[in-house]
Write a protein that binds this ligand. Structure first.
Ligand code: NAD
Length: 319
């Protein structure tokens, strides 16, 4: 593992949930950041605190059209893509285009600049897994013609493309398979369980758990995830490397904990489960531990408390 000098980074999808945290963390480490985003599912407000800071550049850009960045670049972090089921089910063709054409363009930039390239892939490449927990050498169980196929296959394609650029063009690539992550700056309407539950609980509305709630999720607090992505970026590891929190919680438990953390009196109700919703999900993070010296540090209780406080503040400011 090298600990390279990253003087200038490009973050595609940098105005989204994870991208905005990564831009903030890179700047704090003294790396200049060029944030590219078309604001499809992200929001300039997520990086408003960085605008005007020396070394931060926000550019409106659709990475499926082109990616042009003048000057030297040491790192390309490719995050641009709809990421929540609500978004990618609403934008199926864009999701496939950004995984294919957008990834071509982002890899092309890394190739031209001689930069390290890190792909934000996903645990969804494992589909509804038949191996549990999921190690990186598990090939997955994905339904390509199911509704979630657009996202899963887009990321599987992006991984294959990234691997080809490493083999053919010698681009210094890394693939991060990110598992469910939560924290401040998530959109309350993005359809993911935690922001949905917090928003419902704070409004005193019923908290809607899909199915019987016994399906599990492993959820990582965003600061831990950012540390993992940056450790992969600083290394020369090709991956794929799972980054996520192996603590597994049932969706019902997550809902109960959210209701308790918000002090809400909301009831928990059960609604229909989406098609192809994975039953279990837990990363095997042995590789990240061994190769990057990374593991999550923030407990669910701590992370949930920080996230609830952020949502409470955001509601106050919007009122
Ligand atoms: P997000 O929707 O908040 O961020 C995605 C960003 O990409 C948005 O700002 C959006 O406007 C931008 N974008 C979309 N299409 C674009 C295009 N064509 N050109 C430029 N920008 C474009 O989602 P997120 O949760 O921050 O996810 C970021 C990345 O991490 C995604 O690639 C996602 O697949 C991956 N990921 C996220 C999670 C998670 O739990 N959040 C888990 C696994 C993987």
């Amino acid at each position: 593992m090298t600990d390279r000098q990253l003087q200038r980074a490009v973050v595609t999808g940098g105005a989204g949930f994870l991208g905005s945290h990564l831009c903030t963390a890179l700047l704090a480490r003294g790396t200049e950041v060029v944030c590219l985003d078309n604001f499809l599912t992200g929001d300039p407000a997520n990086v408003a605190h960085l605008v005007g800071e020396p070394g931060f550049h926000l550019t409106s850009c659709d990475v499926t059209d082109f990616v042009h960045v003048p000057g030297p670049v040491d790192l390309v972090l490719h995050l641009a893509s709809p990421a929540s089921p609500v978004d990618y089910l609403h934008l199926p063709i864009h999701t496939l285009k950004v995984g294919a054409i957008g990834t071509f363009h982002a890899l092309g930039l890394a190739k031209d600049k001689g930069a390290r390239f890190v792909l934000a892939s996903t645990s969804e490449v494992y589909g509804d897994p038949q191996v549990h927990p999921q190690p990186e050498d598990y090939w997955g169980h994905v339904n390509p013609v199911g509704p979630r196929g657009v996202y899963d296959e887009s990321k599987r394609y992006a991984e294959a493309l990234t691997t080809a650029y490493r083999g053919v063009h010698d681009v210094d690539t890394g693939i991060a398979r990110l598992f469910n992550t939560y924290g401040p700056a998530m959109r309350s309407g993005d359809g993911r369980a935690i922001p949905t539950f917090i928003t419902q609980a704070l409004a005193g509305e019923p908290v809607t758990v899909a199915g019987d709630g016994r399906q599990t999720r492993s959820i990582c607090y965003v600061d831990d995830l950012v540390r993992g992505v940056l450790a992969l970026a600083a290394s020369d590891d090709a991956g794929p490397v799972n980054l996520g929190n192996p603590t597994e919680l049932s969706v019902e438990q997550i809902a109960r904990d959210v209701v308790a953390a918000t002090g809400s009196r909301s009831p928990i109700v059960h609604v229909d489960r989406p098609v192809d919703d994975p039953q279990v999900r837990r990363p095997d993070i042995t590789r990240a531990r061994e190769r990057l010296g990374w593991e999550p540090r923030i407990t669910w209780e701590d992370g949930l408390g920080r996230t609830v406080r952020w949502f409470v503040d955001a509601r106050r400011q919007a009122a």
